[in-house]
Design a protein around this ligand. Sequence first.
Ligand code: ZN
Length: 174
Amino acid sequence: VSPVTHALTGWLIAQPLHKRSERVAVTCAAVIADLDGLSLLGGVDAYHKWHHTFGHNVFFAFAVSIGIGVYFRSLKSGLLGLVAFHSHILEDMLGSGAGWGVPYFWPASERIYSTPQPFQWELDSWQNLAFTAIFLIATLWLGLKKRRTIVEVFSEKADLKVVTALGERFKKSA
Ligand SMILES: [Zn+2]
C-alpha cells in the first residue's frame, strides 16, 4: 500500500489529539514500518530480503508506540500510535497483492500472516484506490470542519493556505 494512503490513515486516526506535534508523530507511526522498504536502495534483492521484516512487526510497533507515549507523556498518543501502526499492517495485508503477507512476529518467527482471499488486493487495485479516495475526502472534510488537513504534517503555514483555499472554494460552490 502506498505511503500516501498509510499517512492519510494515520492522520485520520490522530484526530482526537489536540497537539499538532502529537498528530504528526501518530501519522509517522502509520508510515514508519516502510523503513524496511528503503532496502530497495540496496537493490531489488535486498528489497525482497528485507521488505516486510524489521519494520513490519509487533515488536517495532510497541517500540514506536511506547516511544511516542513516553515522549509526549501521553497514554492517548501512545495508544493512537499503536492503532496507527497496526493500520499499516492491516492495509499491507489487504492491499499489497497476493503473496505479500506480514511476518508479524519477526524476528522471533518467520511465519507470514495474510488476510484470506478475496481480501488480498493488488497495489493498483480499485479497492486501494477507493480507500485512498475515501480517506482523502475525509481529510478535506476535516479541512472544512476543523480547519486542518494532513498538510500540517509538513508545514502549519502551508496547511493554513490549504484550509483557507478550501473554505473559499466551498463558499463559492455553496
Ligand atoms: Zn508497509
